[in-house]
Design a protein around this ligand. Structure first.
Ligand code: UD1
Length: 416
């Protein structure tokens, strides 16, 4: 079990390059099922979830090799339609491969997905989408079996703008017969990135990034080359690391417009931000104001920044509130933050955070990816030594986090 030791209260200074987005790379890798021949993906982060997706592609007969930030894919053989249980239970995003396999092979048999422990996270919206395209869906023995010789374009209206369901249906409908219209689609930047890759490969997708997406089916997709967009959640977490340690850091290689809700929330707390085309410099105001936030689908405040923002607000002047509307069980970090001296109370989906002057180092446990990032920030700001256990959760989503923070002056050591 890996853990990390942090000695807090070291102001962070300097510049850091942000890696490619895991949440964009995963569906784009799943899309490789649809693309015939050779493809090259660039700016792919080296993370355990990416390795899991590579293994998943290989398990269905697609060659995929990562070297640094580049993944080369060769999809020339007949693909299999059965996904191994062991891979799917590791990561919820593995379900994103269902749509592409269904569209390409006319059938997919996939175990019910696993993933982070942040709620039940069902896949009913994906399944209703496949059914709207004419697929027959059966659930048996822990497997979902979806069949349809040739998907037919149709109207898919989501009851909630699920990111994964939008990606799955968008991918599946690229090879459907006729036109598919997805309404109440998710609008996240990762959806726009996936559509850009698919369109390079010959798909006809319009409207990605808006609530209505139209996909005109084509007979096949060819190989393509694509560079993954920067990770907006890593960028936001790094900005908070600079602010919470009373430092001054610049995050480079990012798209500031992808984190506009976070930037406006930070500006409201008094953070000084110098926003340029592809970088942001953040200067800590010394002391900062409280805030009231609600997590919402993009372009609202992202749930994936909720935990990290809570750590920052735990040290604000005054009382803040955060309402979590996306996941029903995403406050597991509050208990651990309280052990470090934070004053946080939760009432169902609302957290009430009374700012304190100082956090103190403690032994804590990361329960999921972003909860772990929140503890990491707390450790950087706290007085004394913090040990975070189970950092494998954090390493699923942050590439070389220890190295990057060390280069900014943090006192951190990874222990195994
Ligand atoms: C993606 C992101 C994740 C982020 C989330 C919300 C990836 C790999 N992961 O996850 O980091 O936190 O978007 O921004 O891109 N839901 C259902 N039924 C479904 C699908 C979803 O009820 O069929 C619910 C979920 O339980 C959850 C909410 O909808 O409460 C949001 O889920 P969704 O947008 O699908 O998130 P993911 O695509 O899994």
């Amino acid at each position: 079990m890996a853990r990390v030791k942090i000695i807090g209260e070291q102001p962070l200074h300097g510049a850091v390059n942000i890696s490619g987005a895991k949440n964009s790379a995963l569906p784009i890798m799943a899309a490789m099922v649809l693309l015939n021949g050779e493809s090259v993906l660039k700016n792919v982060p080296t993370l355990t979830d990416i390795t899991t997706m590579i293994r998943m592609l290989r398990s269905i007969n697609i060659l995929a090799e990562q070297s640094g930030g580049v993944i080369r894919v060769d999809n020339k053989k007949q693909i299999k339609h059965l996904i191994p249980y062991e891979l799917v239970t590791k990561m919820r995003a593995s379900f994103f491969i269902a749509g592409p396999i269904l569209a390409k092979a006319g059938m997919v048999r996939i175990p019910m997905p696993g993933g982070c422990a942040i709620g039940s996270r069902p896949v009913d919206i994906h399944i209703k989408g496949f059914q709207a395209l004419g697929a027959d869906v059966r659930l048996e023995h822990g497997f979902i079996e979806i069949r349809c010789k040739k998907l037919k374009g149709g109207h898919v209206n989501f009851t909630f703008p699920s990111v994964g369901a939008t990606e799955n249906i968008m991918m599946a409908s690229t090879l459907a017969e006729g036109v598919t219209t997805i309404t109440n689609a998710a609008r996240e930047p990762e959806i726009v990135d996936l559509a850009a890759l698919l369109n390079k490969a010959g798909a006809k997708i319009r409207g990605a990034g808006a609530s209505t997406i139209t996909v005109e089916g084509v007979s096949g997709l060819s190989g393509a080359e694509h560079s993954i967009i920067p990770d907006r959640i890593e960028a936001g977490t790094m900005l908070l690391a600079g602010l919470i340690t009373h430092g001054k850091i610049t995050v480079n290689k990012i798209n500031p417009q992808d984190i506009s809700a976070l930037l406006s929330a930070l500006a409201d707390t008094g953070a000084r931000l110098n926003i340029k085309n592809n970088s942001i410099e953040a200067l800590s105001p010394g002391s900062w104001n409280s805030a009231s936030l609600i997590t919402q689908p993009h372009p609202g405040f992202p749930t994936d920044m909720q935990a990290q923002m809570m750590t920052y607000l735990a040290l604000a002047s005054g009382t803040s509130t955060i309402r979590e509307t996306i996941f029903e069980n995403r406050f597991m970090h509050t208990g651990e933050l309280q052990r470090m001296g934070a004053d946080i109370r939760t009432e169902e989906r609302v957290a009430i955070i009374k700012g304190v002057k100082k956090l103190s180092g403690a032994e804590v446990r990361a329960t999921d990816l972003r909860a772990g990032a929140a503890l990491w920030l707390a450790g950087l700001a706290a007085k004394g030594e913090t040990i975070i256990y189970d950092i494998e959760h954090i390493e699923r989503g942050y590439e070389r986090l220890t190295d990057k923070l060390s280069s900014l002056g943090a006192n951190i050591k990874r222990l195994t």
